[in-house]
Design a protein around this ligand. Structure first.
Ligand SMILES: C[S@@+](CC[C@H](N)C(=O)[O-])C[C@H]1O[C@@H](n2cnc3c(N)ncnc32)[C@H](O)[C@@H]1O
Length: 196
């Protein structure tokens, strides 16, 4: 059950370095920041990385001057992040669907939304809205193609993402990614959306 931390923890335990882990931040950190800064992202503001795994993206965002919280409900993910990057980032073991988290100015979502059971997507959008301050930004890297795998990750079309996000967000940017990791080239798209 992907809804339970044990599912993910077991993968960290069995594989050490799971298939999704790229041993470094996604190049989409830079691309999403370039998109979001002119759309209102505060340089050096606070943000959260849900489903942060071993923390590569969170640490990269901290290195770029943001005040970062990295959150994951799998204990081995948080232990791995702390081991790799220490206390530069505020790591916490928590479920994204918990009601009281944050609030933050922004969230950076890479392989967390797409890891969810598609039935949980509307609730995930609600969680994003509830953990952001008013006007907060949701930056996301998403898959429109998972090479026919059953998932997770689960692919979705841009239009579907727009319809889901628009329940609580104004979508400011939605387009194919141009700087994906070579393993993912041509399969990712990016969204920047502002909490209404
Ligand atoms: C596919 S992994 C991606 C990890 C990381 N973003 C990366 O790219 O290396 C998805 C992560 O989301 C975490 N996760 C899944 N559901 C979660 C939830 N409800 N709350 C917090 N973390 C969750 C899992 O434990 C896992 O570490």
């Amino acid at each position: 059950m992907t809804t339970h931390p044990d599912y993910w923890n077991r993968i960290y335990e069995d594989e050490g370095r799971p298939g999704w882990d790229m041993d470094g931040a996604t190049p989409l950190v830079g691309e999403l920041l370039e998109l979001a800064l002119p759309l209102g992202l505060k340089p050096g503001g606070d943000l959260v990385v849900p489903g942060c795994g071993y923390g590569h993206d969170a640490a990269e965002l901290e290195a770029r001057g943001f005040t970062v919280s990295g959150l994951d409900f799998a204990p081995l993910a948080i232990q791995g992040a702390l081991h790799r990057y220490g206390n530069r980032v505020a790591w916490s073991q928590a479920d994204w669907f918990t009601t009281k988290l944050g609030p933050w100015n922004a969230l950076f979502d890479h392989t967390c939304f797409v890891a969810m059971d598609p039935l949980r997507r509307p609730a995930y959008v609600e969680a994003c809205a509830s953990h952001l301050r008013s006007g907060g930004l949701w930056m996301a890297a998403l898959f429109h193609d998972v090479k026919g795998q059953s998932g997770p990750p689960h692919a979705l079309a841009m239009l579907e993402m727009r319809q889901l996000a628009e329940a609580r967000f104004e979508v400011l940017h939605l387009a194919d990614a141009t700087q994906s990791h070579p393993r993912r080239a041509g399969r990712e798209f990016l969204m920047v959306a502002k909490k209404r």
